[in-house]
Design a binder for this molecule. Structure first.
Ligand SMILES: Cc1cc2nc3c(=O)[nH]c(=O)nc-3n(C[C@H](O)[C@H](O)[C@H](O)COP(=O)(O)OP(=O)(O)OC[C@H]3O[C@@H](n4cnc5c(N)ncnc54)[C@H](O)[C@@H]3O)c2cc1C
Length: 489
């Protein structure tokens, strides 16, 4: 197998093995892709998905009022997500994403600021404008942040142990309340699902080093240019089916029975699938139900209690445009991101036209770590967000809200708290033929699309190890720039 993801001959695999993957979220789909691509005709891969479509959390719904396909929640990837982007590349899905090296910030009292990295400087210096062009950060805060960033990249400045919480480290290294709120928490909440008060310093370092400092393309934003259901539920599924993966929708797995070294996977409808290997790629709160009858795996029921973070998507339709950017990062407000999906302007499928024929303008506000707002009713949070948008964006002041919908997922992701990292299980289990996948397993990444894809590959690596096959767990990280390499060594 080569690092670019090309299949190699499967002459190393002696017998055709039956593999059942439970769950067609990104983790299950990534595992199936890796299995069939790397081990070809030596494996028979069946994916059992409880719902009628694939994608899991990366999905969309049809809004009945606006008659539009809308993502449950906007998703973005970054240039550092090499495993996720590798999957998109191998399945010819890269063209469904817009790539931007610009970040656009807005804050009370300041106009929208486009921040572009300086590609003529080596990484991580190319990121200097992100800090130095943010208008809402007073100059002495920028110096503070720069100094802490230097220590983070160099891994100097005291304890980096697993138990260290980011906020404690930041305060110990001279970060003021304002720097934490206006800078560190903005990135931590968006990417890691919680503020620096709770997340581990190790995960914050991972975010800044791998997501910003390591390579010039690491922080590029990859924004979908089609509904998630189309990219993952239709196109990715089609690609896997062409490769030979069998996907069975509406096949909710009820239990797994162990028969010597093989398994019987039984669905709610009574269908039985024999398997030499099982990859369970269901969320952490579902896996325990499937494994409770298997003594070696019954401990997995405890992962249902992993602490989680909620993410709220507020879908807003206005009677006019409130801005023509692809995204805005809002600082110092409940609103964190505002997206304007480009594909919503396509006719027929996605434009929402009212009875008089006028086109409505769709935007989505995303609030990560929205558990901090759970004391508010939905309409109260939406009112706050609308007031903020009117304050931040002058064109919004005259715009009429035509329709709105709030989608809150209270268990959107598991959080990067120090104690969580210690209990995330590995893909390899006590049974050599039973493997785990899912963004909640021990991937070294937060609960993200990248984490899900890595977990799928880890499960395949575990399976390959049991069979004595060669397999490279994850794609290499982006090549480190020469200066970054020097700094981080
Ligand atoms: C609101 C929200 C916003 C997010 N934003 C981002 C973002 O911007 N960027 C990013 O990288 N990540 C983001 N994420 C995280 C990302 O969506 C997840 O990390 C990733 O999709 C998880 O994939 P998964 O396959 O591990 O799990 P899931 O997507 O949950 O897939 C599990 C699948 O298993 C199926 N299943 C469950 N039980 C059974 C059973 N018994 N039998 C058969 N099938 C079963 C489910 O139906 C589902 O299809 C976001 C998540 C949410 C919820």
């Amino acid at each position: 197998m080569d690092a670019s993801g090309q299949a190699v001959g499967s002459n190393q695999t002696p017998a055709r093995r039956k593999i059942v993957v439970i769950g067609a979220g990104l983790a299950g789909l990534a595992a199936s892709e890796a299995l069939i691509r790397y081990f070809g005709s030596s494996v028979e891969v069946s994916v059992l998905e409880g719902r009628q479509s694939a994608g899991g959390r990366v999905g969309s719904f049809q809004d009945p009022a606006m008659k539009m396909t809308v993502d449950y929640c906007q998703h973005v990837a970054m240039g550092c997500c090499t495993n996720f982007l590798g999957l998109m590349h191998r399945c010819n899905l890269e063209s469904h994403w817009d790539v931007s090296s610009n970040l656009q910030f807005v804050s009370r009292g300041f106009p929208t600021r486009h921040v572009k990295t300086w590609r003529w400087l080596p990484a991580p210096l190319h990121q200097l404008p992100v800090l130095w062009r943010l208008p809402f950060l007073p100059i002495h805060h920028r110096f503070q942040i720069q100094l802490a960033m230097w220590k983070i990249i160099r891994r100097s400045g005291g304890d980096w142990g697993e138990d260290v919480r980011a906020r404690n480290w930041l305060i110990a290294h001279g970060q003021s309340k304002a720097s934490i709120e206006l800078f560190w928490d903005v990135f931590a909440s968006s990417a890691l699902g919680d503020t620096t008060e709770n997340i581990s310093m190790a995960s914050l370092r991972h975010l800044f080093v791998d997501g910003f400092a390591r390579h010039q393309n690491a922080s590029d934003l990859w924004i979908p240019r089609a509904p998630l259901s189309e990219i993952f539920g239709v196109e990715l599924v089609r690609c896997l089916q062409r490769l030979g993966v069998q996907i069975h929708f509406g096949s909710l797995v009820e239990r797994i029975e162990q028969h010597q070294s093989a398994f019987r996977v039984v669905t709610k409808a009574g269908a039985i699938y024999e398997a030499d290997h099982v990859i369970a790629a269901v969320p952490w709160h579902q896996v325990g139900k499937l494994t409770e009858a298997i003594p070696e795996l019954c401990h997995l029921s405890t992962v249902a209690d992993l602490p989680t973070s909620s993410i709220t998507g507020i879908h807003l339709w206005f009677d006019r445009s409130i801005g023509d950017w692809s995204h805005l990062i809002s600082v110092g407000t409940a609103t964190q991101w505002v997206f304007k999906p480009t594909w919503q302007s396509k006719p027929i499928l996605h434009s929402a036209t009212d009875q008089t024929g006028s086109v409505h303008h769709y935007y989505q506000v995303v609030i990560s770590g929205s558990q901090h707002w759970k004391h508010l009713r939905k309409d109260e949070l939406q009112r706050i967000v609308l007031e903020e948008l009117r304050e931040l964006l002058p064109p919004c002041r005259d715009a009429q809200l035509v329709s709105s919908r709030m989608v809150n997922d209270p268990r959107a992701v598991i959080v990067c708290h120090p104690e969580v990292e210690k209990i995330r299980p590995k893909s390899r289990t006590a049974l050599p033929c039973f493997h785990l996948a899912g963004d909640w397993t021990a991937t070294g990444w937060p609960s993200t699309m990248e984490g899900a894809v890595i977990s799928g590959r880890n499960a395949v690596a575990s399976l390959a190890r049991a069979e004595g096959w060669d397999f490279l767990e994850s794609q290499p990280k982006p090549k480190q720039g020469w200066f970054a390499k020097m700094l981080m060594s």
